[in-house]
Structure formats: structure tokens, C-alpha cells
Design a protein around this ligand. Structure first.
Ligand code: PMP
Length: 392
């Protein structure tokens, strides 16, 4: 008998069936995927240059233009998660030595500043404590002092539950010769945003929050001003995969024949298309109202349980993700574990600067329902009784 050359046996875990329990995902994302989107993602593959796939990509582009409220030609989905869109935005906009200003009031500003520094940009951080937002005055002061070419700011700060007001920000940036880059991964579809009217130059989001698709594709759009800055680059973007020139061509945004750039995650695009279709069918205004109403019900219920909302000003609360202070005498890890083990509900602790300070509850897209609010409040009430007892 021939001696096998294999030194590594087949892994035991892979010889067992895939295990995926049922859970209600009420953390800051991903959110549950409804059957229609699951079905779309499990359709048979087509080739990435087949006309039917290019047609789906065109429909995604139109869906993003609707969700973003933009007519920008350079609108597409990145083959990657929200971080990938963040990198794509920054690495296409910024060149070595470019002054950039990053509004940091939670983890997303911290990450954007990290990425911008890796690109060799001259990064200035505009700081606010977690739980607070930036005023036009804060931003103007920074623009005058640092003269950045790009300002990064987060619309839905999911690590702290803050909704950043955007009114007037684009106009202000443009008066100071700066482009406005906005992260709307956690807020798109859950809170109003108007890319063109608010003069946002680059806007990106993710698939796995309000759009209820699996993670792995990320809507993004660039204004004419942003496109012009990219055209003026002296150096090529430092990533081939995320080079907007190539992606614009593959997505049919440059008027030229489409060329192969990478093999698109076709099934992710099918799912994203359905997520955008469901948003289009519901209508943005209905979606915003649904998130507002369920968030208001949740906030009231949390207060009724004696819990304290982390974001004090009501208008600054993100309708998709609510942060509540960890109550005195409890360990946040025990509470999240209790909900998972006893109620099959995921909620999350803090992230970055909010670790140990908050619990975060997400109600996004199809998960934003009154009955889910009731379920999570009941589970929390149970946890508040049981987790305290276990500590005495
Ligand atoms: N920005 C914000 C505001 C987010 O909430 C997230 C995800 N939690 C990201 C960026 C990063 O997205 P992803 O995890 O899909 O890479």
C-alpha cells in the first residue's frame, strides 16, 4: 500500500454539518437577513461580465442613488465591507502630504485617522468626547486652523449611538476649499441623508445594517468635486483593487466599454440588489419614520427600566443604534451573555472609547419592529433581575 504523503488530516470540524443557530441580531450589525434577500443570495452563479450581472449592477447603482439621494454618475458598490469603502474613499481622495481633518467622537473617526496616516496624509484630529457631536462652529474652527483638503465625519457613530447633524456642513467645507467625506454605514436608510442637497462629496455605507443584506458589499458615491480632485492626482492610488478609475469603468460609470477588473462577489450583489429593492419599495421616508418610531419606543422602555441613555440630547440619538449606560452594579459582559444564552438575542457592549461604558441595541431595517423592541426590553428586564442576583 502506498504511504500517504499527507501530514495534515482532514479537519474534524469540517466533517460535521455546518452549524448556524437561530438568533435575533439586535446588536450594532449585522442585522438579520429576511428570506427574500437570503433567497437572492443563494441563486445560481452567473459570470461577472454577463449582461444580466451588469444589469444587476446598474440596478444597484440606481438603488444607491436613491438611498443616497444623489445624481452622481460615480456611484457603485465596493466588493468589501464598510471598512473597505472607508479605505477606498480615503486612498482615492488623499495623496501623500495632503492635509486632512478627521472628526473623532468615537471609533470610526479613530479608524479613519489611522487609515489616512498610513496613506501619508497630514492628519489633524478634531476631538469631541464620546456621546457628543460636532457643531458647525467646531468644524469651522478646524477648517480655518488646519486648512484641510478633506474632512471625514461619521453620520451614525455606532460606537456611541450619536447622530451627527449634517445640515450646512458641505457648504461650510466648500467655502473653505475642503471636500466633505461622510461615513453612513450605520445610518443609511435609518436617518435622513441627502447627498446632493447637503453637498456631501463622498458618501459610503454598508450592506449589513438597514439594508439587511449579508456583509461584503458597500455602497459608495463621489461628487463631481471629488472626481476632479481624483483626476488631479499626481500619483496613482496606492491600491489596485480599490482604484476608483478601474472600478468606475467596471461599474459602467465612465462611458467606456466595461473591462474585467476583479471577479465581483456576484451573489453578494444579488443580495444587495434585493436589500436596495426592499428599501425602494418601502420608501425612504417610511423607513426613516419606522426607525424613528421604534427607537423612540425603545428609549422610553429603557428609561422605564431605570436605565440611562448615553446620548443626552434626543435629536442627537441615532435611530438605528441606541447606547445605554451600563447600570451601576452590573457587568456588561454578563448582561450580553445572559441575553444570548437565555433569549437568543444579540446586543453588544461598547466599542473603542465606549467599551465598558455602554450597551448597544440595534434596530435596523426589518429588525426595526415594535415586537423586537418588546422582546429586547423583556430580555433586559430579566437580565437586570437575574444578573444582579448572581452578583450578591
Ligand atoms: N462605520 C460605521 C459607522 C460602522 O458602524 C461600521 C460597522 N460597525 C463600519 C464603519 C465598518 O463596517 P464593516 O464592519 O462592515 O467593515
Amino acid at each position: 500500500m502506498a504511504t500517504s504523503l499527507l501530514r495534515i488530516p482532514p479537519p474534524q470540524g469540517l466533517l460535521r454539518p455546518l452549524a448556524v443557530p437561530e438568533r435575533l441580531l439586535l446588536g450594532p450589525g449585522p442585522s438579520n437577513v429576511p428570506p427574500r434577500i437570503l433567497a437572492a443570495g443563494s441563486r445560481q452563479l452567473l459570470g461577472h461580465m454577463h449582461p444580466e450581472v451588469l444589469q444587476v449592477m446598474d440596478e444597484i447603482k440606481a438603488g444607491i442613488q436613491y438611498a443616497f439621494q444623489t445624481q452622481n454618475r460615480l456611484t457603485l458598490a465596493i466588493s468589501g465591507t464598510g471598512h473597505c469603502a472607508m479605505e477606498a474613499a480615503l486612498l482615492n481622495l488623499l495623496e501623500h502630504g495632503d492635509p486632512a481633518m478627521v472628526a473623532v467622537n468615537g471609533i470610526w473617526g479613530q479608524r479613519a485617522a489611522d487609515i489616512a496616516r498610513r496613506l501619508g496624509a497630514d492628519v489633524h484630529e478634531l476631538l469631541k468626547p464620546p456621546g457628543e457631536y460636532f457643531t458647525l462652529w467646531d468644524v469651522e474652527e478646524g477648517l480655518v486652523r488646519h486648512k484641510p483638503l478633506v474632512l471625514f465625519i461619521t453620520h451614525g457613530e455606532s460606537s456611541t449611538g450619536v447622530l451627527q447633524p449634517l445640515e450646512g456642513l458641505g457648504e461650510l467645507c466648500h467655502r473653505h476649499g475642503c471636500l466633505l467625506l461622510v461615513d453612513a454605514v450605520a445610518s443609511l436608510g435609518g436617518a435622513p441623508i441627502f447627498m446632493d442637497q447637503q453637498e456631501i462629496d463622498v458618501l459610503y455605507s454598508g450592506s449589513q445594517k438597514v439594508l439587511n443584506a449579508p456583509p461584503g458589499s458597500a455602497p459608495i458615491s463621489f461628487s463631481e468635486r471629488a472626481r476632479e480632485k481624483m483626476l488631479r492626482r499626481k500619483t496613482q492610488p496606492p491600491s489596485f483593487y480599490l482604484d476608483m478609475g478601474w472600478l468606475a469603468n467596471y461599474w459602467g460609470c465612465d462611458g467606456e466599454a466595461r473591462r474585467y477588473h476583479h471577479t465581483a462577489p456576484i451573489n453578494s450583489f444579488f443580495s444587495l440588489r434585493e436589500g436596495l429593492a426592499m428599501l425602494a419599495e418601502l420608501g425612504l421616508e417610511n423607513s426613516w419614520e419606522r426607525h424613528r418610531a421604534n427607537c423612540a419606543q425603545l428609549c422610553q422602555g429603557l428609561r422605564d427600566l431605570g436605565l440611562e441613555l448615553f446620548v443626552k440630547e434626543e435629536k442627537a440619538r441615532l435611530p438605528t443604534i441606541t447606547a445605554v449606560s451600563v447600570p451601576e452594579g452590573y457587568d456588561w459582559k454578563e448582561i450580553t451573555a445572559f441575553l444570548m444564552d437565555n433569549h437568543s438575542i444579540e446586543i453588544a457592549g461598547g466599542l473603542g472609547p465606549s467599551v465598558g461604558k455602554v450597551l448597544r441595541i440595534g434596530l435596523m431595517g426589518c429588525n426595526s419592529t415594535s415586537s423586537n423592541v418588546d422582546s429586547v426590553l423583556r430580555a433586559l428586564q430579566d437580565a437586570l433581575r437575574r444578573c444582579r442576583r448572581s452578583r450578591l
